[in-house]
Design a protein around this ligand. Structure first.
Ligand code: PEP
Ligand code: MN
Length: 339
């Protein structure tokens, strides 16, 4: 339910509604708009005889409306304006298209420092890099762990770029949160509800990637798990889905971008590196994603892709990434945005 307060509702009236929502056994999520306060009352409705509609009789309440979508806090019904998520000093979800770039995995000092300098120089504003890697084979490089986080922090010190890095295991949350600015939930964990709840209790922004076989509805329900724990700083990332097509690693679902932008207020970014799996397709799909309305891009860049420990085949060399950025600026301008 959404409880819309009157524009002249007093602080006490808002407080009364919040305490009543809690008394009825629901969580109250508050959005302080410019004109009025809106309170989202969400929670498990089983076994609760009370009807939230009755809250409408409290003073200061303008109306009580049900949220029809299965996802509540993620829906545009709950919040019509775009959410802007801050990562360091970077704002995602505003007019500016934010580009996150860096290697698939952090491998060593030279690799991450050289690559981070190159992506910064080309205009990226967030550095990506995995320290804990979800690999298909247990025999593949699994990431440097905490040492990788230290190297990322060193790269941030040199370049000033905030860091996004993946969390696989709730036990690593404290150490990852200590070094990074944004937590990434990868495709393989997109429906790991325990992990989603866990990061929902942290105060770090979360980059949630779409699962390989999740529908848009399931993707939004995954975001809802994080939001429902109180962390409202969630950015969604379309990274391709599994289909019958084998010419590319995944099928990059360009449709998802406008669909998500319609259904949710959360920022939506696109990862054409994993979406295509081949470096030569990354730039065209990155441009297409911006044209389709993406709020940002995530691009894998490696100073020497030929010796990358993971995803070298889909990683751009710095010179190719610089060229992508130049073209991306033109497309962004054409659709009324900036980079
Ligand atoms: C990654 O970003 O390196 C990654 C593993 O992505 P995904 O979870 O989308 O496969
Ligand atoms: Mn990768």
């Amino acid at each position: 339910m959404i409880i819309v307060m009157k524009s002249d509702a007093t602080k006490e009236e808002v407080e009364k509604v919040i305490s009543t929502v809690k008394e009825l056994g629901y969580k109250a999520h508050i959005i302080e708009g410019v004109l009025r306060t809106v309170i989202g009352a969400v929670g498990d409705e089983r076994g609760k005889p009370h009807h939230l509609e009755a809250i409408g009789i409290l003073s200061g309440v303008e109306k009580v409306v049900p949220i029809l979508q299965p996802y509540k806090l993620a829906s545009r019904e709950f919040k019509s304006e775009n959410t802007v998520v801050k990562v360091g000093n970077v704002e995602i979800g505003d007019n500016k298209v934010v580009v996150m770039a860096g290697p698939c995995s952090v491998e060593n000092e030279e690799q991450i420092i050289e690559t981070s300098k190159a992506v910064k120089e080309a205009g990226a504003t967030v550095l990506r890099g995995g320290a804990y890697k979800p690999r298909t084979s247990p025999y593949s490089f699994q990431g440097l762990g905490e040492e990788g986080l230290r190297l990322l922090a060193q790269a941030r010190k040199i370049t000033g770029l905030p860091i996004v890095t993946e969390i696989l295991d709730p036990h690593d949350l404290d150490v990852i949160a200590e070094y990074s600015d944004m937590l990434q939930i990868g495709a393989r964990n997109a429906q790991n509800y325990a992990l989603l709840r866990y990061v929902g209790r942290s105060n770090k922004p979360v980059l949630l990637k779409r699962g390989m076989s999740t529908t848009i509805n399931e993707f939004l329900m995954a975001a809802e798990y994080i939001l429902s724990e109180g962390n409202h700083n969630v950015v969604l990332c379309e990274r391709g889905i599994r289909t019958f097509e084998t010419a590319t690693r995944n099928t990059f679902d360009l449709n998802a971008i406008p669909v998500l932008k319609e259904k949710t207020h959360l920022p939506v970014i696109a990862d054409p590196s994993h979406g295509t799996g081949y470096w030569q397709y990354v730039t065209p799909m990155a441009l297409a994603a911006i044209a389709a309305g993406a709020d940002g891009l995530m691009i894998e860049v490696h100073y020497k892709p030929e010796i990358a420990q993971s995803d070298g085949g889909q990683s751009l060399k710095p010179s190719k990434f610089t060229a992508l950025m130049e073209r991306a600026k033109l497309v962004a301008k054409a659709v009324g945005r900036q980079i």
